[in-house]
Structure formats: C-alpha cells, structure tokens
Write a protein that binds this ligand. Structure first.
Ligand code: CAO
Length: 552
C-alpha cells in the first residue's frame, strides 16, 4: 500500500477554480475517473485520476484556484510500483512522500510518534461525525477560517438537513490549516471537514486517532466524548419512517452536473434536482436538460400551473412599486413550505373549535409553581395538553392512525408519540415526545423544556423529530382566539391551542368568571368524520376541564 498524490495536469490556462468535487474521502477510484471539476474563465474541465485506489485526503477545497502541478488528492494505491509511471512525482508539497513511510511506524509504536511530527505538531483531520442520517446534509455556515485557533468542542460549521440544523464541533484543539468544505457542500458521516495542526503536547492519543482515521476514513468517528451532537449509533439510527420521507430524500440527493449545465439550468430556471442524469454516476448532461424541458413543454398543464392543475401565482416585480429586499429561505423554511403545501393540497381538512374550562387546571398549575421551580422546571399548560391528547388518542384510535400511501387501508399505531411545534429563529421545528401516555406531568414538562431548547439551539437530531402520531401547535403564549392548524401528514390530526382568558360563563343561574382555553382541532376528513372529531374534542375538553380524569 502506498499513498500518492494526483496533481493538476496541463489545463491550458494559468489557473482555474475548483467548482465541484466528484469524489470524497473513502471513495474508490479507477484510473481516468473524474476527481473534480475546474473552471477557468474560458472552459470547465474534469480532472481525471492518474491512479487507482482509495481517496484518503482531499488537498484542495471548493473555490481554490489551482495551476498545473498543484496536488489535489491523496490516493492510497494497492501497489506503489504500478503507479509510479502514471504519476508525476514532482508534486510541490512534501506531505505524502514523507508520510507514507512514517505511517506504518506510527501504527506500530506510539513511542515513535514524535518522529512523525513536524516541529512538535501534527496534522489532524476532522471528519463529519455520526449525524443521525445516511443522507448528505448541507453546510449552511462555516464558523472558522484557515488560521483560526480552535479548542476542542468549538463549532466548526453548521449542517442543515431537511429536518434539523446541527453544529459540528472540533474534536481536537489546534490551528485550522485547511477548511475542506464550502457553504452549500453536502456532507455525510466520515467526510473531511478540516485539517487542524495540533501540538504534540496537546495529546499523544489524538495523533494515534488521527492516523487511525487516515487509515480508514469512512468509518472513523470522533474519538472525543466532547463531540456533542454524536449519539450512540443505535440511538441515532431511526427505524421509524420520518414524518416527511419524500422531502427528506429529494432534498438530500447530490446533483452531479458540470458548470455549463448548471449555468444553462439557472438560465432556464430548471430545478436540477428533478432532472435525471444519463452521464457517468448519474451526471446531468445538456441533453438531459433538453429532454427535461421537452417533457415539461409537452405536458399541457405544466406551463400554466404549479403542476397540480392549480393556476400558478404569477411572478411580480415588486420593485416597480417601491424598494424591496429579497432573502433566501432557510432550508428548514423551504421544507416547511413544501410540507405545508403538500398537506394542504392532499388532505381534505376540517377544523372544529371549542373552549376548555381550565380554571381548575390553572389553579392546580399555580399551586405547583414553587415545586416546579425547586425541580428546576416549568409547568406550562402544554404537559397537560399532551397528557389529555394521549388519553384521547388511545380512546379514539382513528386519530392515532395514518392512511396508507395507496389510500387502501388505515394503519393504526399502538404507540402514542406526540409532536409539538416550536417556533425557532431558523423556522418551525416539531420535536417529538415518545410514549406520552406512559409519562407523568413532570417528566413531560422536562422533556418539553429540553426539546424546545435543543430546537432553538439547532441541536435536535433527526430521530428526535420522527415518529409522531399527532401534533400540538400551541400559540397560547402569543395570543389569539383561534386558528386553523394544518395537519402534519401522514398524521391525521393536529390540535391548535390559543391563549386562555377569563370569560363570563353562564352556569345555569348566573355568569361566573372562568378561565377558558380556545382549542382548534384539524383533521384529515378522509380518515376522520365529524362525529369522530366531535368525540375527540369533547374528551380533550372534558379532561382539561377536570384534570382528575387524567389520572383515571
Ligand atoms: N394561554 C395562556 N398562557 C399560556 C398558554 C395558553 N394557552 N400557553 C402557555 N402560556 C403561558 C405559559 O404558562 C408561560 O407563562 P409563565 O411564564 O407565566 O408561566 C408563557 O405562556 C410562555 O410559555 P412558553 O412558550 O415558554 O411554554 P409552552 O410550554 O407554553 O410552549 C413551546 C412551549 C415550545 C410550544 C412554545 O414556546 C412555542 O414555540 N410555541 C410556538 C408554536 C408555533 O409556532 N406554532 C405554530 C405552528 S403552525 O404555524
């Protein structure tokens, strides 16, 4: 086994920019497989590998300007002699020629580590840890630049999937030598994020880990226990279908297309994610764009509608009316918009309204305020709502079901997981509390606080947002007398909660002041009829009005 670099060949230009990676660390490549795409002011070109083997390091990053002779990747080849002829060895950097022989020594003896280091320091590759999904996740923010000093645990970048944003921390302390990714890149577990220069003194163990990672980059996981978002594998691999599986897959797909194709797609507003590529590795070619446009033009409704037969909202140039600002939606914002529209268009909604008399509940809650403070938690109306809904979901199983994808059957769930909407600066997130029926009010209060905090800090893992049977959207703290919540399909029901207020209520002989909580229950009318809805709502109202019933 030997490690060797592939360098930029004669590209017919002084320099060209790296605009696309076609391989990642851990990929196996054959001679002539494309490694990356360079774009100069005159042309774009794919740089082929001159070696066969496994990619162990990417030496440049998107946006870098490269000239002939620049080293681009390190490839571990099975046979050093076989590749010598294929590879010009006068690469400008010395890392590989130095590292290849050193590596085996490092593995065999930790005592010899200092020999492997230059000037008392060594290079440490930071890889994407277990992020709870096998899908590629987009880099939305870089928190460090080359030259920065980072401490273990400092955030290096922020990843945002269809369902969550997460900060990826450094798993070692050192100076950033290289940032291997750019905003917009899609990363998976094991991908290289950055290379740090760590001092030998900081941790001998880290160097061993670093070398182990270089040996097997795809399976490497941060060794440090301080890598916050990493969960044990079993916990982070969610067996449950995500609430929006279609969105998850379509948004996370990697699109392979060259710059000319991307430019053409931009000019014609062609969504590359919807185009099938017929080139190598599914790469999208110009012909594929032509075929896509032809197919769209031959579909009569496509030009005049949003694809569902519904007339599209016309594009308006608002600047003709006054100054404007345009801000791109966050990924979570885009996914929310798609999900809302999908639910609204697919689910025949019915919403019914009622008020629960929560006078006693509020008195009980107030009496527990000090106890809650002592426990370090907060008892808002939400845990009571969760508990009441859990009871009603068990007693009204249709609300705890989903329509099968083919619409032929109803799938009843024997578990009671409830999502609750959290308003965060990044957008609306819906963490899920599992087995609500089996939990007490204090436990629910703590989980609400914890999950809402994680949501606001962009630290929710995908598994913490999956598997809900029903959703509660509580706008109570904000106000309002009622609203129409949109069902989070494939769930079939959602409870909207508005602000409680003291109202004069007729008790049969006089008006008495009672604290009334406005509720709005939306449901999928394909599964739930009005009588089912009425029964569910009546039960929730009864439970909240007399919380002793929650204990039955
Ligand atoms: N009526 C009156 N007061 C209410 C209330 C209600 N229905 N619900 C909560 N409150 C009170 C709480 O008791 C608390 O008061 P104190 O601080 O005096 O105890 C205060 O409002 C703030 O509550 P909270 O928001 O911190 O806690 P919560 O458990 O009620 O809600 C959460 C948590 C995460 C659901 C909420 O913060 C949130 O993000 N809501 C927005 C949900 C949303 O955006 N839904 C729309 C989705 S569809 O577009």
């Amino acid at each position: 086994m030997a490690k060797q670099q592939v360098i930029v060949p004669d590209i017919g230009a002084d320099s060209a920019e790296v605009i696309e990676w076609m391989v990642k660390v851990g990929d196996s490549v054959a001679v002539d497989d494309s490694l990356l795409v360079l774009e100069s002011d005159k042309a774009s070109m794919e740089v082929p590998s001159t070696l066969a083997g496994t990619v162990v390091e990417l030496l440049v990053k998107l946006g870098d300007s490269l000239s002939e002779g620049a080293a681009i990747v390190v490839i571990e080849t099975a046979d050093a002699t076989a590749v010598t002829a294929a590879e010009p060895q006068e690469a400008p950097t010395d890392t590989i020629q130095d590292e290849a022989p050193v590596k085996s020594e490092l593995q065999s003896s930790a005592a010899e580590l200092p020999k492997a280091q230059t000037g008392g320091s060594s290079k440490h590759s930071v890889l994407v840890p277990d992020i709870g999904t096998d899908d590629a996740v987009e880099v939305i923010e870089l928190s460090v630049s080359v030259g920065d000093d980072v401490a273990e645990g400092d955030t290096l970048l922020v990843l945002e999937s269809d369902k969550a944003s997460m900060e990826i921390p450094a798993d070692a302390t050192g100076k950033v030598l290289e940032v291997a990714v750019a905003v917009g890149a899609s990363l998976k577990q094991g991908d290289l994020i950055a290379v740090l220069e760590v001092s030998a003194a900081s941790s001998t163990e880290q160097v061993v880990v670093q070398e182990a990672k270089q040996e097997a980059p795809v399976v490497a996981a941060p060794a440090s226990s301080t890598v916050a978002p990493v969960e044990p594998k079993a916990a982070s691999v969610a067996p449950v279908r995500a609430a929006e599986p279609q969105a998850a897959s379509s948004h996370s797909e990697v699109v392979y297309a060259g710059p000319a194709v991307r430019k053409l797609a931009r000019e014609f507003s062609i969504p590359l994610g919807q185009v099938s590529g017929s080139g190598p590795r599914g790469r999208i070619l110009k012909e594929d764009l032509h075929a896509f446009v032809q197919q769209r033009l031959s579909t009569p409704t496509a030009t005049a509608s949003s694809g569902t037969g519904i007339p599209a909202v016309p594009a308006v140039d608002f600047s003709q009316f006054g100054p404007i600002r345009e801000e791109a939606l966050s990924k979570i914002g885009k996914v929310t918009a798609t999900n809302m529209q999908r639910s609204w268009l697919n689910v025949p909604h019915v919403t019914q309204y009622d008020d629960a008399d929560v006078t006693d509940l509020e008195a009980f809650r107030a009496s527990l305020k000090d106890e809650a403070a002592k426990k370090g938690t907060k008892l808002t109306p939400l845990p009571f709502l969760l508990k009441a809904c859990a009871v009603a979901l068990k007693d009204n199983p249709k609300f705890n079901s989903s329509l099968s994808a083919d619409g032929e059957s109803i799938i009843y769930k024997d578990y009671v997981h409830i999502g609750f909407a959290v308003d965060t600066p990044a957008g609306l997130l819906v963490p899920v509390i599992r087995d609500v029926d089996k939990k007490g009010l204090w436990e629910l209060a703590e989980e609400v606080l914890e999950l809402a905090g994680l949501a606001r800090d962009k630290k929710l893992k995908p598994a913490q947002m999956q598997g809900a049977c029903f959703t509660i959207s509580s706008l109570g703290a904000l106000g309002g007398k009622g609203f129409t919540p949109i069902v989070n399909a494939p769930e079939v029901g959602i409870l909207g909660v508005s602000k409680s207020s003291v109202q004069p209520v007729w008790d049969g002989s006089s008006f008495t002041p009672r604290t009334m909580l406005p509720l709005s229950l939306s449901y999928d009318h394909r599964v739930i009829n009005g009588a089912d809805g009425g029964r569910f709502m009546n039960q929730v109202v009864a439970l909240l009005s007399d919380i002793r019933r929650l204990t039955l």
